[in-house]
Design a protein around this ligand. Structure first.
Ligand code: C2E
Ligand code: CA
Ligand code: CA
Length: 638
């Protein structure tokens, strides 16, 4: 029946609702009709009119109760059914009213009754056109059904005033039809406009919660979803929050470009979404971090899920012909165990992630309360480190690096020590990473270089000083100039300074790194590659930069994993050192056997507790003086 007026389902629903929104107007209309019909029947005493009035009352009663029921039991999916029910009721009421009005003329009842009924039927038809304009086919149908019987009766009776009345009613029909259609168009436009803006608002909301690169939820979406998950979490379940960080994703971006980076992120997102259990939230937290939250029975289930996710993410990815393998670290927190609220849960998972990363990456870690204690300690260190320099709590210790042939000290490595008034001696492994993260390393590093060069200037000329440099120090503006100034202030020949750098420096290598190394090398400063074997051990760096020394990490010399393999590695590195005329230092020598072994393997220099621990400057000076006194180097010869 909707025929001509094709409207979208949602708009139709809104318009159908307008039919039922005012049961009161329907009741009032029915009351008028029934009163008029009842009055006509009663005054005229005509049996037909009594039947008509009763029928009208019955239809009205059914319709009103239906309208009241439907108002309470709205079902958006049943708009079409509601519309048909309304239509049936409306049409039967209209035709009954029209017939009663027509009958008053045919039965020649007193003219006031005819007027009463004619006015009722015509007025009803006109009024309904406005009331039901939301569904014009119904409204116009009602108009015609209530008016046509009157017109037919008037023509049949056939007196002049009735002809005139017929004409009036006939003219009223197109006029009311047109008004109804206009009103409908207006109604539809406004409902559509409201629908469009509601749609738009819905889309904007979705857009604001979605990450464009991966199509996953973004931070806002995550917050929204997590709140919903928390609210729906049954008491016997836990909410597992897995926080994933891709390892070395920055390299992908830097080397292969942002487009490839975005493709990698999208692929990772797709894999996570595919592996996440139904009902889980998968979100990109920003950068290369993702969060998956899922309802689990316990820790074991979350661990299984985490492993599946990690395994899938770290499968090789094919992008533009390149086969990339991306590592990933994951921190996991459980609600309520590790956080009764979302903020604490996030902090716990973040902290677990931090530990997974600092523990060597490519692994997953569950939150552990000890991590919070660690964090507190780190925060304390962070707060106190800046003051430590001013309070004179730091000092530099020196550890000899010995010539394995002659047993003489060739170099001292400067190693910083922090004597905290309450915490006691702090290891650099504990505070250097904090200094690096907070940027304090730049001030600290400058101080160390200044102190170390000043002390080295007091040693015999053939003894050099090795200073450890963090990547951040090298990347700081004016880094090379700072070191040259320190040398100048200390009056130390640049050739007596050695800078130890690790491979991590070259991970996000930029021109500044090369410029720094080249500039200082041109003054005679030497470079040593520290902790060799723990990182990538890419021989590319050795070739590209003027290293004079390679320090083989102590894990190859002492420790649990020393064996045939590490021996072969030391041999290979030593061989390379001979070819490239570089010194190879074995770190961490603790026993005479180790010293013999690395010497036999071809290392030229050695460092470790076997020779000496790191000692304060006056003891370093004593070691040197002792060496000069004794012509023969004594126990150092092996
Ligand atoms: P590193 O550069 O590898 O320094 C050698 C570390 O090995 C030192 O630890 C040293 O005490 C230790 N060591 C030396 N011989 C032996 C041995 O025979 N056995 C064992 N088990 N260990 C030995 P330390 O002083 O705790 O320094 C740890 C790390 O902290 C250093 O590793 C270095 O990466 C960093 N660091 C120390 N001082 C500085 C500094 O002044 N600046 C910067 N940027 N980093 C520093
Ligand atoms: Ca070092
Ligand atoms: Ca080292």
């Amino acid at each position: 029946m909707a025929g001509g007026d094709a409207v979208s389902d949602r708009v139709r629903r809104s318009l159908v609702e307008t039919l039922y929104t005012q049961p009161l107007s329907m009741a009032l209309g029915a009351l008028c009709g029934i009163t008029a019909a009842g009055t006509s029947a009663w005054v005229s005493g005509d049996r037909h009119l009594w039947i008509g009035a009763a029928l009208l009352a019955l239809i009205a009663a059914i319709r009103i109760s239906m309208a009241v029921w439907l108002a309470k039991h709205q079902d958006p999916g049943k708009a079409r059914r509601d519309e048909l029910l309304y239509e049936a009721g409306a049409f039967s009421y209209s035709i009954t009213l029209g017939m009663i009005a027509g009958m008053t003329f045919l039965l020649h009842v007193p003219s006031p009754l005819q007027t009463l009924m004619a006015v009722n039927a015509v007025g009803y038809g006109a009024g309904i056109c406005a009331r039901n304009a939301g569904r014009p086919a119904i409204a116009i149908g009602q108009l015609f059904l209530s008016n046509l019987p009157v017109i037919v009766a008037l023509i049949l009776v056939g007196t002049l005033p009735f002809y005139a009345l017929t004409l009036t009613i006939v003219l009223l029909l197109p006029a009311m039809t047109s008004i109804c259609l206009k009103l409908f168009a207006l109604l539809r436009r406004s409902v559509e406009a409201a629908e469009t803006s509601a749609d738009l608002a819905e889309k904007m909301k979705k857009f604001a919660r979605t990450d464009v690169v991966t199509n996953l939820a973004n931070r806002a979406g995550l917050n929204h979803d997590l709140a919903a998950m928390q609210a729906a979490l049954p008491p016997d379940r836990k909410l597992a929050l897995c926080w994933i960080d891709l390892d070395r994703f920055k390299e992908v971006n830097d080397i292969l470009g942002h487009q490839v980076g975005d493709r990698v992120l999208a692929e990772v997102a797709a894999r996570l979404a595919a592996q996440a259990p139904p009902g889980a939230t998968v979100a990109r937290f920003g950068g290369d971090e993702f969060i998956i939250a899922a309802e689990v029975h316990g820790r074991a289930e979350s661990e299984d899920l985490a492993r599946i996710l990690l395994e899938d993410v770290t499968r090789p990815i094919r992008v533009e012909g390149e086969r990339l393998t991306i590592g990933a670290s994951m921190g996991i927190g459980l609600m309520p165990d590790d956080g009764a609220d979302l903020d604490t849960l996030m902090q716990s998972a973040d902290l677990a992630l931090y530990h997974a990363k600092s523990n060597g990456r490519n692994q997953l870690r569950f939150f552990d309360p000890a991590m919070t204690r660690d964090l507190v300690r780190r925060k304390e260190i962070e707060a106190e480190l800046r003051l430590a320099i001013q309070r004179d709590e730091l000092s530099i210790f020196f550890q000899p690096i010995v010539d394995l042939d002659t047993g003489r000290i060739r170099t001292f490595e400067a190693l910083v020590r922090w004597f905290h008034p309450i915490k006691g001696e702090l290891r650099p492994d504990e505070f250097i990473p904090v200094a690096e993260e907070t940027g304090v390393i730049i001030t600290l590093g400058n101080w160390i270089t200044a102190q170390a060069t000043r002390i080295a200037a007091t040693w015999p000329e053939e003894v050099t000083i090795a200073v450890n440099l963090s990547p951040l120090q090298i990347k700081a503006p004016g880094a090379a100039l700072g070191i040259l100034n320190a040398l100048k202030d200390a009056k130390l020949d640049p050739r007596r300074l050695e800078l130890e750098v690790t491979e991590s420096l070259f991970l996000d290598e930029n021109e500044n790194t090369a410029r720094f190394i080249d500039e200082l090398a041109s003054y005679g400063v030497r470079f040593a590659l520290d902790d060799f074997g723990t990182g990538y051990s890419s021989l590319g760096y050795i070739n590209k930069f003027p290293f004079k020394k390679i320090k083989v990490d102590r894990s190859f010399v002492s420790g649990a994993n020393v064996g045939k393999k590490s021996d072969a590695i030391i041999r290979a590195v030593a061989e390379m050192g001979t070819t490239l005329e570089m010194d190879i230092v074995a770190e961490g020598l603790e026993t005479i056997e180790q010293v013999r072994a690395v010497r036999a393997a071809g290392c030229t220099l050695g460092q470790g507790y076997y020779f000496s621990r790191a000692v304060p400057d006056y003891l370093a000076a004593m070691l040197l003086a002792q060496e000069r006194d004794e012509d023969a180097p004594g126990k150092l010869v092996c």
